[in-house]
Design a protein around this ligand. Structure first.
Ligand code: GDD
Ligand code: MN
Length: 394
């Protein structure tokens, strides 16, 4: 690699700067397809954080656009830049947690890498947290003096209003923007409770506030939420869904694990799909009298029901891939076909477990209803365990 000499001089200066004082601040930047924003982001941090010993940690989920390569390239000439490249995983919240846990700096910030968050706020936030006066500083899009005009998303401003009220109820802390992705706190505060953070599609700041037992003293800074510099947002379709999942995870996640609850809900929807498909096949496809050609009525029913079961299984596979295992989503024709086939085998075994265990319970004299429900629960647990390991495993 050919590095221009001016860059080497800058690198030497940065290196001297980096080792001459203990690290004060780490800035964690979760990234997915932000290649074009990485270098400009580092330049802005350099500008904003003059006189502060800082490091930037890009936590990249193996972006296809080569964001990790870009971050590593910068890192070669500027030791303050670090890159964590995660393979086979997706998720803003979990990326932020991993980044925050990976630093030796006493204070850590999280911010978006797409220039929507203004790094000029970082020194002010640092001053608030460093002195110990506040436990947490964060930038609010809805505080007095903030603006979201450049955002150009009035729909999301409105949606945020309702979600914010719910969020404030959950955490017991009144914030104007609990969904903010731009905040700073002492690393030890985070580390003490990091193992209890869910990392499941919950807004990370909200998760921290809801998880840390003692009330945190929070300092709010008004933010001018800018338009994204390059690329596009990744949170659009799933914001509301992830918010609900996050709420569930906080309230009941410890009793029935969130992923299992999602899997079960999808399964229940599958039952409805199978019934609807069976009805449609019998009434619409196989004709009025439920008899196809010269097949008997029961043969027609069995064929239709088998088709309906395959349709429901496919529906469940697609929805689980989209929602339940969104962080391990299978993509591309090959992986999808393989996953679908594996899911089919898993479900067939699950059905045997379901029907088999109910039969056993019935023979030992357990009430029909209890036997059936137990069978359904056991079959679902079996399906879930096998799917997690074999279909969406690795
Ligand atoms: N590692 C990783 N993995 N990073 C991700 C992922 C992911 O799955 N998804 C998004 N990011 C990164 C983006 O690359 C960007 O740097 C930052 O997280 C924010 O993502 P955007 O896709 O730009 O989010 P947004 O602008 O629509 O959402 C904003 O508002 C949310 C609340 O409404 C952000 O400020 C969020 O932080 C905030 O929670
Ligand atoms: Mn953004």
């Amino acid at each position: 690699m050919n590095i221009p000499s001016s860059d080497l001089v800058k690198a030497a200066e940065a290196a001297v700067e980096a080792v001459s004082r203990p690290l004060e601040l780490a800035v964690v930047l979760p990234t997915y397809n932000e290649r074009k924003n990485v270098a400009t982001m580092v330049a802005r941090l350099d500008e904003a954080l003059k006189g502060i010993a800082w490091e930037a940690i890009f936590v990249d989920d193996n972006s296809p656009d080569g964001t990790s390569d870009e971050a590593r390239q910068l890192s070669q000439v500027d030791p303050r830049v670090r890159c964590i490249q995660r393979i086979g995983r997706r998720g803003l919240a979990s990326a932020a947690i991993e980044g925050m846990c990976s630093t030796a700096a006493p204070i850590v910030a999280v911010m978006d890498a797409d220039h929507q968050h203004d790094p000029a706020l970082l020194p002010k936030m640092l001053a608030a947290v460093e002195t110990g006066e506040y436990d947490l500083a964060y930038a609010s899009r809805f505080a007095e003096g903030a603006s979201t005009e450049a955002w150009g998303r009035p729909d999301r401003v409105k949606a945020s209003g309702l979600a914010n009220r719910i969020a404030n109820k959950v955490t017991g802390v009144e914030l104007t923007d609990p969904m903010s992705g731009f905040f700073m706190l002492r690393t030890e505060t985070l580390r003490a409770d990091a193992h209890r953070l869910s990392g499941v599609g919950f807004k990370i700041l909200l998760d921290i506030l809801a998880t840390v037992d003692r009330p945190l003293k929070v300092k709010e800074f008004p933010l001018n939420f800018a338009a994204r510099a390059e690329g596009e947002s990744k949170l659009d379709q799933t914001v509301v869904f992830e918010f609900l999942v996050g709420l569930y995870d906080k309230w009941l996640g410890r009793i029935i694990p969130t992923r299992f609850a999602l899997f079960g809900t999808v399964g229940a929807m599958g039952v409805v799909v199978q019934l609807a498909a069976l009805w449609a096949l019998l009434h619409l496809a196989f004709g009025e009298r439920f008899v196809y050609g010269n097949w008997s009525e029961s043969a027609t029913f069995n064929v239709a029901n088998t088709l309906a079961a395959v349709i429901a299984m496919t529906f469940n596979f697609a929805l689980n891939n989209e929602l339940t295992y969104s962080d391990k989503r299978l993509r591309g024709f090959g992986p999808l076909m393989r996953g679908w086939a594996q899911f089919g085998v898993t479900c067939s075994l699950g059905l045997l477990t379901n029907v088999g265990s109910a039969a056993v319970l019935k023979t030992i004299g357990i009430h029909d209803f209890v036997a059936v429900v137990t069978g359904i629960v056991l079959g679902s647990v079996w399906n879930f365990a096998l799917s997690s390991k074999f279909v969406w495993g690795k």
